[in-house]
Design a binder for this molecule. Structure first.
Ligand SMILES: C[S@@+](CC[C@H](N)C(=O)[O-])C[C@H]1O[C@@H](n2cnc3c(N)ncnc32)[C@H](O)[C@@H]1O
Length: 208
């Protein structure tokens, strides 16, 4: 990594301390609601859920209120985000960990991740790790991202935030998901406006 860049986790520690997680939650809510809607419409029996890069844990708290969600865990590398998550929900499962180094005690049915995968230099490695060690057979990985090739307004973010990001096109993300053993991959964009192409939502199922 070039010296000028900071680690994403360090940046988000600062965001948590400055309450910038609140604005982030507001900005991500529209797309996340769509993602959660997609998850819940495909479920008719109890399911377990991990939010990879959960920030202050707001998505975990949201999905926990859904009657079929029997377990929800939030994982994030930022100590300050996890402290906040636990403050909001002392009985909840929030774990501070580098995503690449963490495994759940038992595999889950759904892994959700909002605005996280592109912070990895090699997102394929992370997705492989998730598919192999976190997801049960036929489990779903669903991710939302605003930073992607077709969305030029996001291209300045690595410089703006002073951190490394991996810029991929929609086709590239589909290829990566496929290479990691996911199938029935679909994408859509949501929350578009005149100057914003929208959040890219991508999801796929682990093959049996
Ligand atoms: C843009 S924030 C999104 C947070 C949350 N998903 C939300 O929508 O509010 C990205 C999150 O990913 C976490 N993160 C980035 N790289 C990580 C890594 N290598 N391991 C664990 N967490 C990481 C950051 O700490 C941060 O909380």
């Amino acid at each position: 990594m070039t010296n000028k860049f900071k680690k994403a986790i360090e940046i988000f520690d600062g965001w948590a301390l400055n309450d910038k997680d609140i604005g982030m939650e507001e900005n991500h809510t529209f797309a996340v609601e769509k993602m959660l809607k997609h998850i819940t419409k495909t479920k008719n029996s109890p399911f377990s859920f991990i939010d990879a890069g959960c920030g202050n844990g707001w998505v975990v708290r949201k999905i926990k209120s859904y009657h079929l969600c029997e377990k929800a865990i939030g994982v994030d590398g930022s100590k300050e985000m996890i402290l906040k998550a636990k403050r909001h929900d002392p009985k909840g499962s929030y774990i501070q960990a580098e995503l690449m180094n963490w495994n759940p005690e038992s595999k889950v049915d759904v892994v959700h991740s909002m605005e996280v995968l592109y912070y990895f230099t090699n997102p394929q490695k992370l997705i492989e790790h998730i598919v192999e060690n976190w997801l049960s057979n036929s489990g779903m990985l669903i991710s939302g991202m605003d930073y992607y090739k077709e969305n030029p307004n996001s291209h300045s973010w690595p410089d703006d935030l002073n951190t490394r990001m991996t810029l991929l096109s929609i086709k590239d993300w589909i290829k990566v998901f496929k290479r990691c053993g996911l199938e029935n991959i679909e994408t859509f964009q949501t929350n578009s406006s005149n100057d914003f192409l929208g959040t890219l939502i991508i999801f796929g199922k682990k093959s049996k």
